[in-house]
Ligand binder design. Structure first.
Ligand SMILES: C/C(=C\Cc1cc(O)c2ccccc2c1O)CCC[C@H](C)CCC[C@H](C)CCCC(C)C
Ligand code: SAM
Length: 213
């Protein structure tokens, strides 16, 4: 359904998020709020079989779907993935552990964003990056109107026809309650990242924060 709703663009945005993470062959990387693993599989392709990818989510159902897909896709490099049931607010990893982190459509849903960003900072090695993809909370009224119109008139009706109305109805309010790109950059610097840049993508409807430890 995300393919249909985004005209396939969500795959492009997810590839951009991987690229911005700076993950390289052989790295040890983490995908937080991995869900069914879209970004995790892309990270796995990127770092190859010498690397190690951890997909973390607090939903055991989502992790089961991800593990099932891992078996179905059957690529040999996907053996470098481990699935961990855990909370983004209490990452079960030591300090200075990962070479890169990705988060796709997860941070917006976390109430304590400061704690989530602090946890990412803690487990990243110095100089490494967190790449955080989500809907953009634009400061431009026109962009916000277009985004809200599309959610109300396209996303929710299509989701309803798949029996998923409930899951997508909260999108509009969750974007309103989210942080703007500038606020995300400020939060990153406040928790201790040395550098933070937010990119508006997908006609400014989506955004990707890149925070460097
Ligand atoms: C893959 C996408 C979103 C992931 C995602 C985010 C959520 O908050 C969810 C909540 C509950 C269930 C599932 C998800 C979920 O999968 C992004 C693509 C899907 C979007 C719904 C499509 C958004 C449409 C844009 C407003 C306009 C797209 C314009 C495009 C350039 C044609
Ligand atoms: C919209 S899905 C995104 C899945 C995937 N990253 C993608 O882009 O397709 C958000 C995921 O975040 C997870 N999540 C939300 N809050 C979390 C938290 N505090 N700790 C771990 N996972 C969380 C949910 O269980 C869900 O699987």
């Amino acid at each position: 359904m995300n393919d249909l709703l985004s005209l396939g663009q969500h795959r492009v945005w997810k590839r951009m998020a991987i690229s911005w993470s700076g993950a390289r062959k052989g790295d040890c990387v983490l995908d937080i709020c991995c869900g069914s693993g879209d970004l995790t599989f892309l990270l796995s392709d990127k770092i190859g079989s010498q690397g190690k990818v951890t997909g973390l989510d607090f939903s055991s159902e989502q992790l089961s779907v991800a593990a099932h897909r891992q078996g179905l896709l059957g690529k040999s490099c996907y053996q470098n993935i481990v699935w961990v049931e855990g909370d983004a607010l209490f990452l079960p990893f030591p300090d200075n552990y990962f070479d890169a982190i990705t988060v796709g459509f997860g941070l917006r849903n976390i109430v304590d964003k400061r704690k989530a960003m602090s946890e990412m900072l803690r487990v990243l090695k110095p100089g490494s990056k967190a790449s955080i993809l989500d809907f953009n909370k634009s400061t431009q009224p026109f962009t916000t109107s277009v985004q809200e119109w599309m959610i109300e008139n396209v996303v929710v009706p299509v989701a309803s026809s798949y029996g998923l109305a409930k899951e997508y109805k909260y999108l509009k309010s969750s974007i309103r309650d989210f942080l703007t790109g500038k606020e995300l950059e400020e939060l990153s610097l406040e928790v201790g990242f040395s550098c933070a840049k937010h990119y508006e993508i997908g006609g400014d409807l989506m955004g990707n924060l890149v925070a460097t430890r």
